[in-house]
Write a protein that binds this ligand. Structure first.
Ligand code: APR
Length: 271
């Protein structure tokens, strides 16, 4: 069932939309174990472009090389030079990341966690906005752009704890090679995070999927697993995605407007 934001009436929701939002809230409130999966477009309203679809970074500039990690390992000094002086789409992305703040969509997910409804949040976003918003049980499957990770001991450091005088920088703990914590195409997801994601997704009987095209794996596998086990998917996305056909409810509106209303309707069902 579709919730439609009636753009012709200035984002006022039509009756069908309100009913579907109510139905989605009922579905979440009744669920036993709710997990959220978020993607780039949750942060669109924080000024960070998505990757695909209209205005997507890759749509505009082309997808990045799929062997970015192998390129890093082949010449980490050059890769660090590019990381510290980004150009083109990466410059656009890092500049947007630098000034972004959480929006009402991020805060609504914190509200759901505070209500005891949301048990875990898996994000594909590297923008640190869920942390800034206050999410606690957070799994950053593609890493965090404000952190540096050691490829040896997998320790993560804040950028300001690392000396970039000589490149590539080395791990202060084990001397290993340091890399941005963001997971590059071709790089395996760090096992500590990946195991946590699979564990949480395996427990879920309901997944709220927000602002993702669900085209990048393994993250895109989690909602499919929930669906295949008979669980419910609640999709928040203004446009159809790979998941629309298998979602119990699709809320077709901007995440920053849909999620606060969904959270309020869920709260009203708990009291
Ligand atoms: N609110 C909710 N969804 C939106 C909004 C919005 N305001 N605007 C666009 N969308 C939808 C788009 O229709 C699209 O389906 O969000 C989705 C964004 O998809 P992508 O740009 O592909 O982002 P994501 O799925 O997170 O990308 C996955 O790909 O490039 C890699 O590592 C990167 O983590 C990223 C991964």
């Amino acid at each position: 069932m579709d919730v439609r934001w009636d753009h012709t009436k200035g984002r006022r929701m039509n009756q069908e939309g309100l009913e579907a939002l109510e139905a989605a809230a009922e579905c979440v409130a009744r669920a036993r174990y709710v997990v959220a999966l978020t993607g780039a477009a949750l942060s669109v309203e924080s000024g960070i472009p998505p990757f695909r679809g209209p205005n997507g970074l890759w749509t505009k500039h082309g997808e990045p090389p799929l062997n970015r990690f192998q390129r890093f390992l082949a010449n980490p000094r050059r890769a660090w030079g590019e990381r510290l002086n980004p150009t083109g789409p990466m410059r656009e992305l890092w500049e947007a990341l630098g000034s972004a703040r959480p929006n009402p969509g991020h805060l609504a997910l914190v509200d759901l966690e505070d209500m005891g409804v949301l048990r875990a949040l898996i994000t594909q976003n590297v923008d640190n906005l869920h942390r800034l918003a206050g999410s606690r049980r957070l799994l950053e499957i593609h890493g965090n752009a404000t952190l540096i990770r050691c490829l040896g001991c997998v320790t993560r450091f804040r950028s300001d704890a690392i000396d970039f005088a000589s490149l590539p920088p080395r791990c202060p703990r084990c001397g290993g090679l340091l890399k941005s914590d963001t997971v590059s195409f071709g790089e395996p997801i760090p096992p500590d995070v990946l195991e946590g994601c699979f564990e949480e997704a395996a427990r879920a009987d309901c997944m709220i999927v927000v602002g993702t095209s669900a085209t990048v794996y393994p993250a895109a596998q989690f909602p499919l697993d929930v669906h295949q086990r008979g669980g419910d998917l609640i999709e928040v996305n203004p446009y159809p995605s790979e998941l629309t056909a298998v979602s119990r409810h699709t809320l077709q509106g901007p995440a920053g407007e849909v999620l606060p209303r969904l959270a309020e309707l869920i709260r009203s069902r708990l009291s």
